[in-house]
Design a protein around this ligand. Structure first.
Ligand SMILES: [Ca+2]
Ligand SMILES: [Ca+2]
Length: 101
């Protein structure tokens, strides 16, 4: 009898902590983080700020003001043409989100 109720108790404790960690993950990770990342870093925003020659891609010279993009340029520029295009930037953001989550 005692053994049974102890088991039930520990199961409900485990279930409760699982639920609360899921709620935490739901609130803090899956909702707010991607929103923040999208707001702070949309490609069109970067193009508006940095794309001096209106090519719709960003060269190393154009992102020179931005430390993060400069440091990660080689990583973001997947096809190695020394320009970051929209697809490459989207891929970079997606990878960044995966790392954060
Ligand atoms: Ca450009
Ligand atoms: Ca490229």
């Amino acid at each position: 009898m005692n053994n049974f109720s102890l088991k039930t108790l520990s199961i409900s404790v485990i279930a409760a902590s699982l639920v609360s960690s899921l709620v935490f993950a739901g609130n803090d990770m899956t909702k707010s983080l991607p929103k923040v990342a999208e707001k702070a870093a949309s490609f069109s925003q970067f193009v508006a700020d940095y794309d001096k020659d209106k090519s719709n891609t960003l060269s190393t010279a154009e992102v020179a003001k931005n430390d993060v993009l400069t440091k990660n340029f080689a990583k973001i520029d997947e096809n190695g043409d020394k320009e970051i295009n929209k697809e490459e930037f989207k891929q970079y953001l997606a990878n960044m989100k995966k790392t954060l989550l």
